[in-house]
Structures are given as C-alpha cells and as structure tokens.
Design a protein around this ligand. Structure first.
Ligand SMILES: CC(=O)N[C@H]1[C@H]([C@H](O)[C@H](O)CO)O[C@](OP(=O)(O)OC[C@H]2O[C@@H](n3ccc(N)nc3=O)[C@H](O)[C@@H]2O)(C(=O)O)C[C@@H]1O
Ligand SMILES: CC(=O)N[C@@H]1[C@@H](O)[C@H](O[C@@H]2O[C@H](CO)[C@H](O)[C@H](O)[C@H]2O)[C@@H](CO)O[C@H]1O
Length: 334
C-alpha cells in the first residue's frame, strides 16, 4: 500500500467510525447520557428519617412541611380558610363546590403510611424509559408507590410493578376502569385545575346529574370507586412546584396558563410526605426527536403536549437540580 492510499484508508476508517457514533447517539431515545442513574440492589434502600424533609426545606422553605397534604372539611366549614389564588394554585372562588366534595370524602393519611418508621417512596412517571426496564419488582418494594393519571399497570407489571399506594389524577386523566389499574386501598388523589373538577367528583360520588361541558376531554360518567379512597390534593403543592421549582408566575393572564406537569407535582408531594424519594420513568425526548413515543404504554409523541401549558425543558432542569443535590434519586436514566 502506498502512503497516499494508506492515508485514504485511514480517512475512510475514521469516517465510518464517526458515522457509527452519530448513528448510535441518534438511535438513543435522546441525547442525555446516563446521568444520575444508580444501580439497583435487591435489598431495601437504607432510609434516613427526616432526610426528604431536610432536602425539601432547602428547595421549598422551612414551613411547607406544616401544610396538610389533603384538603380538610374543617378548614372550609367552621373556619373559612382564605386562599390567595384561584385553582390550580389555590381554592379562591371554588369554596362552595369544594365544601360539598369534602363533606363526602376523607382527608386522612392512611394508618399504613402513618405508622411507617421511615417512608420509602417512588414516583413512577409515565415515560417511555420504563419500557423493557424490568423495574417492576424493584418498584413494588417501596412502601409508597405514587402513580399518575391513567398510566396502566395491567400488562406492564414486569416494567412498572403492580403496587399503587397513591394515584394523582384529574377528571380528564381518570382511568375509565379504576378497579383494574389500582389496588383496593389505592388513594385516588384529585388534582383540581378548575371548579368543574370538584363538580365532576361530586356528581360521580353522589350520583347526581352529570355535566358533559367544561372539560377538554370527556371524563368518565360512571366511575366505580369507593369514596373512602378519594382525597383532594392541597393546591399549595401546585403553587410551590410552580413557584419554587419552575419560577412560574402564580397570577397569570387567563389565556396563557403555565403549570407544572402532574409528575413534577407528585415529586413535590413526595418530598413532603416521605423520608426517601426515588423516581422512575421521568424525562422527555428532545424537541427535534419528533417520532419518539413518550409513554411506556401508548404511541404518542411530544406533539400531543402542544397547548398543555408545560415547559418540559424547564422541568428537566428542575429535576436535574433535585438529582444533583441528592433530594431525589433516579431508577431510570436522565
Ligand atoms: C394531551 C395531554 O394533555 N397530555 C397530558 C397528559 C394527559 O392529560 C394524561 O396522560 C391523561 O391522558 O398528562 C400529563 O402527563 P402524562 O400523563 O403524559 O405523564 C405523567 C407524568 O410523567 C412524566 N413524564 C411523562 C412522559 C415522559 N416521557 N416523561 C415524563 O417525565 C411527567 O412529569 C408527566 O406529568 C400530566 O398530567 O402532567 C401531561 C400531558 O401534557
Ligand atoms: C383551558 C383548557 O381547558 N386548556 C386545556 C389544557 O388544560 C389541557 O392541558 C392539560 O391540562 C390538564 C389539567 O386539566 C393537565 O395540566 C395536563 O397536564 C395538561 O396537559 C390541554 C390538553 O391538550 O387542552 C387545553 O384545551
């Protein structure tokens, strides 16, 4: 081989190598390397009482832990607790509807959670990263498993587990067959975004005439749940997720409503309820990755989220910050 053709050969080799590297990085779900991933052991994680509280106080301030997780009748019946903001950041203007809902639901944190010496929690996001993760048995080992919206477990147990301690939802995200996707004692926690969300749960639980208008997607008209399972999330957590994690304005013009995703809200909640907070299934593809499906259970892309009022890149920054400071740990990659 002459020296000229040797150089040609080496240049070709380098080109092929670069092409393979580019192909590899594009074929990945997105361009993040496996940052903030920790290997999973079969043992229960060591749990330090008060750890999440210490971390939460750094992010949300010292007094956020004093807030009740769920709204209580006594705060709206005898004493009319004033709220500075309207839904979804407060209850201002929705008190009457809320009062009727609180009269037929409950607010207690179940004894099974109260009695734990140290609360190990995992928040399971709906992200595609859970697919083929085989994390099911790991997820089932946590004391509290928090799930979101209509994310299924049936048929996905190997990847996402089958235990659901808490599920956050709103009418448009309620699963039509709640018995199939939850356990008999799962707490179904309503995240209210508008007064109609209180009205919907009232009509369901009291079997009153359903209202079809006022929702961006038709919620269930019949919903087979036990009222004892229902809780109403304190909108305070939506307020601090928006303010302290995303720096969003709380008072916004009616049309442009920026708000945290339900997953970010769930992490905020977990940092107030738990001693240890792990997450799994969080992280969106990059915006240019238009064909990548976002859920572990259905084929939809980022396009479906246009008009949702979420800024997923800003949320990724907030989650990375929490991972870096050790407030939460990640079972999948980010
Ligand atoms: C069309 C639409 O409005 N989609 C919204 C859906 C939809 O309403 C429900 O799935 C019910 O069908 O709900 C949302 O979210 P969604 O139900 O998709 O996902 C729940 C939470 O998981 C985290 N997630 C999800 C996918 C992904 N690739 N990475 C993630 O990190 C997010 O934190 C997300 O909140 C929602 O409530 O936040 C936000 C989505 O914008
Ligand atoms: C004013 C109004 O109803 N806006 C709707 C948004 O709330 C809704 O976003 C969705 O609103 C939900 C609350 O109802 C959750 O925040 C969810 O994460 C978010 O995606 C989008 C969905 O495509 O449709 C608009 O018409």
């Amino acid at each position: 081989m002459t020296s000229k053709s040797r150089w040609k050969f080496l240049a070709m080799l380098a080109l092929v190598l670069v092409a393979v590297m580019v192909w590899y990085s594009i074929s990945r779900e997105d361009r993040y390397v496996e940052l903030f991933y920790f290997p999973i052991t079969e043992k229960k994680e060591p749990c330090s009482q008060g750890e999440a509280e210490r971390q939460a106080s750094k992010i949300f301030g010292n007094h956020s832990r004093e807030k009740p997780i769920f709204l209580q009748l006594k705060d709206y019946f005898w004493v009319k607790t004033p709220s500075a903001y309207e839904l979804p950041f407060g209850t201002k203007g929705s008190e009457d509807l809320l009062l009727r809902v609180l009269a037929i639901t409950s607010y207690s944190v179940p004894e099974s959670i109260q009695s734990l010496e140290c609360r190990r929690c995992v928040v399971v996001g709906n992200g595609h990263r859970l697919r083929n993760s085989s994390l099911g048995s790991v997820i089932n080992k946590y004391d509290v498993v928090i799930r979101l919206n209509n994310a299924p477990v049936a048929g996905y147990e190997g990847d996402v587990g089958s235990k659901t301690t808490i599920r956050l939802f709103y009418p448009e995200s309620a699963h039509f067959d709640p018995k199939m996707e939850n356990n008999p004692d799962t707490l179904l926690v309503l995240v209210a975004f508008k007064a109609m969300d209180f009205h919907w749960i009232e009509t369901i639980l009291s079997d009153k005439k359903r209202v079809r208008k006022g929702f961006w997607k038709q919620p269930p008209l019949i919903w087979d749940v036990n009222p004892k399972q229902i809780r109403i999330l304190n909108p305070f957590f939506m307020e601090i997720a928006a303010d302290k994690l995303l720096g969003l304005p709380i008072q916004q013009p009616r049309k442009i409503k920026q708000k945290p995703t339900t997953g970010l809200l769930a992490i905020t909640l977990a940092l107030h309820l738990c001693d240890l907070v792990h997450i799994a299934g969080f992280g969106y593809p990059d915006a240019y990755n238009k064909k990548q499906t976002i859920h572990y259970y259905e084929q939809i892309t980022l396009k479906s989220m246009a008009g949702s009022g979420h800024n997923v890149s800003q949320e990724a920054v907030a989650i990375k910050r929490m991972l870096e400071m050790g407030a939460v740990r990640n079972l999948t990659y980010f």
